[in-house]
Design a protein around this ligand. Structure first.
Ligand code: SF4
Length: 168
């Protein structure tokens, strides 16, 4: 399976970004972003940090999983709720279910917004996630790099210079 949580997230943002990332064209410093996320977590939730475990399932790493309450905890520094965040966490729940852990839930926290979002994976959601996995397989296996999306949605993308270099 090509799919991992990052690719599921990108599938919901931009197919071109998904293709570029999956084909090893890297413009971003993933490890820095992850480290920043961890710092955010430890800073915002010091008393709860020890409750969580990092687990790897089918090649996807879940940074904060609470095995006691079966909760995937995800923190987003974003200042807006994104469907791609929900999709990413639903994919984690799908992986847990595939690996025999039923009934886990997700909790996305947005410290900047002071909001939380609960995520579930119902039976009806499973074929939806499987369709995402199939879409990812199809897109990343293509020889063609997908078209750009509307520039207004590209503002914070690490591939911006790559995609729009000729316009600069
Ligand atoms: S800059 Fe825009 S079109 Fe290019 S990969 Fe990023 S989101 Fe997609």
């Amino acid at each position: 399976m090509h799919a991992n949580a990052t690719l599921v997230n990108y599938l919901h943002l931009c197919h071109r970004k998904l293709w570029l990332h999956a084909n090893q064209i890297r413009m971003e410093h993933t490890s820095e972003a992850v480290a920043e996320g961890k710092q955010l977590h430890e800073h915002a939730y010091p008393q709860r940090a020890e409750r969580y475990r990092e687990i790897i399932l089918d090649g996807s790493k879940i940074d904060f999983y609470d095995p006691y309450d079966k909760v995937v905890h995800e923190i987003k520094k974003s200042d807006k709720l994104e469907h791609s965040h929900m999709a990413q966490v639903q994919f984690y729940l799908y992986l847990l279910r595939r690996n025999g852990i039923e009934g886990a839930t997700g909790l996305i926290e947005y410290p900047k917004l002071r909001q939380t979002q609960t995520v579930r994976l119902d039976d009806d959601d499973v074929p939806v996630v499987e369709a995402w996995v199939a879409d990812i397989e199809r897109i990343v296996s293509s020889d063609q790099c997908p078209e750009r999306i509307a520039k207004s949605k590209c503002r914070s993308c690490s591939y911006f210079d790559f995609c729009y270099a000729e316009e600069e």
